[in-house]
Design a protein around this ligand. Structure first.
Ligand SMILES: CC(=O)N[C@H]1[C@@H](OP(=O)(O)OP(=O)(O)OC[C@H]2O[C@@H](n3ccc(=O)[nH]c3=O)[C@H](O)[C@@H]2O)O[C@H](CO)[C@@H](O)[C@@H]1O[C@H](C)C(=O)N[C@@H](C)C(=O)N[C@H](CCC(=O)O)C(=O)O
Ligand SMILES: Nc1ncnc2c1ncn2[C@@H]1O[C@H](COP(=O)(O)OP(=O)(O)OP(=O)(O)O)[C@@H](O)[C@H]1O
Ligand SMILES: N[C@H](CCC[C@H](N)C(=O)O)C(=O)O
Ligand SMILES: [Mg+2]
Length: 486
């Protein structure tokens, strides 16, 4: 391909053939274009010469970039991240025909997983892409980000399309939207779950966080595309306003929903019987998942499928066979006294409240929770999660999540300051073992924050670790049985 991107302004006459694209000088191979991006830690322009030495034939950079010392073509763009994304879209070309994006603080992974299952039930070759990787009818492959950088993303889209995937549900993170990782993706529909506190280490204010999410509706979805919005959360009206301003086909869902209106929910063991009005007709659905939050996620995913043309009968039938995404309120076993244990990915204050509320109906004794907070992430979440745990659980164990570069004891102390009566335990497996050992008949244990993760990030190292395995080991250690299904 020629190096001229749609948003780029070429400053030299040369238009070399480009063999590949990267924003990381360490990944440059001969013939590639190097995008010199200004990031949170470094300025990519500092690596332009290294990229040239490694064989880059063009450098994409911001408008103020200085070509001095560079002998390869320098492309300048007002928004180099966007230009890189558009170049990646042109370079890899193929994308699944139908791509739906879901944004929101919590529920993206779950909605993407549900939509993939609804489409697969309808006979489509469907996939999902996000925090738990890329999942197709044929298998799974991991990703390092919820929303991958544009080069990784567009290569994945082309691979999926070439493998025959026609329907893709993907997660749009606020970092991804803010950093233009999704620009150039041909979206057919979008959805919004909810917005509560998260990522205020990266976004200067909550308003900035909200506005980053709104890029999906304002900048990325084409006019007329379905926009499914959970109407029951705070700020839903502002999202509806943004979507209407772009002339999207707004479908609200939930108790206050106009397109899918939730009329009633009855608990049936760990299942829930839902009464839903759609186009004036009443549908009853037996959802095989626990928790009010999963009802919201099921409605958002159903709205996406319906908005994109699936039949109502097929969609509501598919909801009856949904499986939760891995590590989202996963039942992992129980003690011989019958106290069940769940692993969940709640790592925000609201998610912790919602996960504990989901389990409260099953508790006749005490609700226990083991959790920590990630290092190098929004510090304001720590006291809020401490408060959420003490207000909604009876036994609180504060331990480590992914400490990253931070001192684990300091993270725990910030949570403990807002969690009176909690027990602090150094070491996540130890905390789980203690909590499991304390379970009595009628109790329930929630292990929150790491969900599907298979490693613990300590410093820059990833140590193999899984909450599922830690629970199994804790049960084995006290000679209790582990349930055979998850
Ligand atoms: C804060 C953030 O989002 N950072 C991401 C961003 O890095 P950055 O642009 O700030 O990079 P930087 O380190 O300042 O470097 C600037 C530029 O110099 C380049 N460089 C740097 C060193 C070198 O030797 N050569 C070189 O070319 C870098 O490749 C980069 O392009 O772009 C990088 C390349 O795509 C990402 O790997 C990196 O993700 C970091 C590791 C990260 O942890 N991101 C998380 C917070 C994230 O994105 N999370 C979201 C949301 C999760 C959720 O809520 O679900 C996600 O979508 O996963
Ligand atoms: N609709 C929802 N409302 C509130 N909390 C939710 C909702 N859906 C899921 N949760 C909680 O948030 C956790 C994460 O859910 P999920 O992985 O689906 O969200 P996500 O938006 O993809 O998160 P991440 O940004 O970390 O990728 C769940 O384990 C659960 O505790
Ligand atoms: N995508 C989220 C995941 C957090 C998971 C939690 N285990 C942690 O490490 O804080 C983030 O990067 O903020
Ligand atoms: Mg996710």
């Amino acid at each position: 391909m020629a190096a001229r991107g749609p948003a780029a302004d070429t400053s030299t006459a040369a238009t070399p053939e480009i063999s590949g694209l990267t924003a990381d000088s360490r990944q440059v191979r001969p013939g590639m274009l190097f995008a010199a991006l200004s990031g949170t830690k470094a300025d990519g322009m500092a690596y332009a010469k290294a990229a040239e030495a490694a064989g880059a034939v063009a450098v994409l950079a911001g408008e103020a970039a200085n070509a001095e010392g560079l002998s390869v073509a320098l492309l300048r763009a007002a928004e180099p991240r966007r230009a890189l994304a558009l170049l990646a879209a042109r370079f890899y070309r193929a994308q699944p025909d139908t791509i739906a994006a879901v944004t929101g603080t919590n529920g993206k992974t779950s909605v993407a997983a549900f939509l993939r299952q609804i489409w697969a039930t309808a006979g489509h070759d469907a996939a999902s892409l996000g925090t738990i990787g890329i999942i197709t009818n044929a298998g799974e492959r991991p990703l390092s980000h919820t929303t991958p950088d544009p080069v990784v993303l567009h290569k994945a889209l082309a691979d999926l399309a070439n493998e025959g995937v026609t329907h893709l549900a993907l997660e749009a993170s606020s970092h991804g939207l803010d950093q233009h990782r999704l620009d150039g993706v041909r979206f057919s529909a979008g959805a919004f779950t909810n917005i509560t506190r998260d990522h205020l280490d990266y976004h200067p204010t909550f308003e900035d966080y909200f506005n980053a999410k709104m890029r999906l509706f304002r900048d990325l979805l084409p006019s007329g595309a379905p926009a499914i919005i959970d109407a029951d959360g705070d700020h839903a009206d502002d999202v509806v306003g943004t979507a209407r301003a772009k002339k999207l086909d707004v479908m609200t869902v939930g108790e206050r929903g106009a397109a899918l209106c939730l009329k009633g929910v009855e608990r049936d063991g760990f299942r829930q019987r839902l009464s839903i009005i759609y186009r004036g007709r009443l549908f009853t659905v037996l959802l095989p998942l626990a928790g009010a939050f999963q009802v919201s996620n099921a409605l958002v995913s159903a709205g996406l499928a319906l908005g994109l043309g699936s039949s109502a009968g097929g969609v509501f039938e598919a909801l009856e066979t949904l499986r939760g995404a891995k590590g989202r309120l996963d039942y992992v076993g129980e003690t011989s006294a019958g106290a069940p244990i769940f692993v969940d990915y709640a790592h925000t204050p609201d998610a912790l409240v919602k996960a504990l509320e989901a389990l409260r109906p099953y508790v006749t004794g005490r609700l226990h929770v083991v959790f920590g907070c990630g290092g190098d992430r929004d510090r304001g979440k720590r006291p809020e999660m401490g408060r959420a745990a003490t207000a909604n659980a009876d036994m609180v164990y504060v331990t480590d999540d992914n400490p990253r570069s931070e001192e684990p004891a300091a993270i725990r102390a910030a949570i403990m300051a807002a969690a009176p009566g909690a027990t602090e335990i150094d070491g996540r497996a130890e905390a789980i073992a203690t909590a499991v050992g304390n379970l009595e008949r009628g109790d329930v244990l929630l292990v929150a924050g790491k969900g599907h993760e298979t490693g613990q990030i300590v410093g820059t190292k990833v140590i193999p670790y899984s909450d599922h395995e830690a629970v199994a080991a804790a049960l084995a250690a006290i000679g209790e049985r582990r349930a055979s299904h998850a």
